[in-house]
Write a protein that binds this ligand. Sequence first.
Ligand SMILES: [Fe+2]
Length: 463
Amino acid sequence: MLLLITLLFNLIGCSVSDVLIDQSKNGETQIFQLVGDGKVMIRAITTNIECPNVIWDQLPAEQLMTRATAANVPLRKKSDEVASNFPITTCEITWPKGVQQATINGQTLNALKSEVQRILIIADTGCRLKKSDNAFQDCNDLDKWPFKKIVLNAAKMNPDLVVHVGDIHYRESPCPTEHRGCKNSPWGYGFDTWKADFFIPAKPLLDRSPWVFVRGNHESCQRAGQGWHRFIDEQSWDDKKSCNDPMYDQHGNHRSPYAVSLGKSSQIIVFDSANIPSNELKKEDVAYNLYYKQIELAEELAKNKLFNIFSNHHPISIVTPSKIKSDNGKFVLNGNSLTPLMEKINANALLSPSFNATLHGHIHVVEAIDYQFQRPVSLISGNSGSALEFNGLKDISLSSEQKKIMQIENIQTFLNFGFATLDRMDKNGLQWLFTEFNVDGQKIFSCLISSKNGKSSCVKESN
Ligand SMILES: [Fe+2]
């Protein structure tokens, strides 16, 4: 039996030591909870053909439904170097209302709390292997690619919910033979890469807490979108959204925003910006109208609760070194192609006062920005594993003059690897403490998010 299992694992490109769950009778299965648009699901990714059974605490046992069968998807285009092989079955079932506990293959899952107290935030977690940028991270070195360490320390915080703010998959090119730090790494968009880049290191958190996934540009159809829809997209399976055929990329690359409840009074609005262009959108562009409507929809959703966090992958407002050469690296306030659309709708505030904070990844740094004018607090938290940014800069320290120009009340930053938490500080969920931790789980800084007269702030906590 052991020989058979070993052969099976070797077939899917891993050894017995890095299986998701080693259960000799039940093959290899990863079970996790996914929070979507008004529902919580259980997903199971299994080397078995059959989906597992779930035992509910208050309902009869039932079998998870097959979401996607194993497939070796043909190349999306001739120039692609490797086809995406998914030698696993993806299964799912919606968590029934009133059920408190579920057991699958001996693993117990608890229902998502109706009033969430602690949220864990990670983003940009994968190990960058990208030939076109000549960027090859040392995936085999826990200090150079510390996602596994981050997960272990973050899991100790016992979060009620994990929010991944996008860019999960980074291993797009083969590791060069001379580069020992990433030797033997899988690459491409198939399951072996997803497993090495995400499922294995993320396991301690996948096992214990429900997840919200905000889609990053790395999960667009042109990149790892196939795995996104197969494994972690909260939408129902749709061949046209599977990213398997580039003809339907427009369909697969977009979706409407949705709300994830944190309780009676607070929620996160999840916004898919995976496919936004890097250049400014023009009114005649199809994408202009599409994203404009999505921003309006997000505004509508925000009317349902008192405290709202807008979360999309690309920062709509962030302090970065200027890209203009003559600026000599001076810091400026930047946005993305959504920012001018938001300005059209809400002027300088970008979003209405219904929003208390925005949460992003994409830039591999941490920033918590409190503005002097009406704009939701910006939280950028993109430092959970992928190679860092700003060319080894140790800190962003703005002079009072620079703060005045950018109209920043206060800014806290961390330019090293780590993760963050959001802790509810009042019964109603109208105040949340944002705390940044380093890889080892040591606190770096924190600030309290709340709003007064429609103006949000993130007030520094003294250590
Ligand atoms: Fe990104």
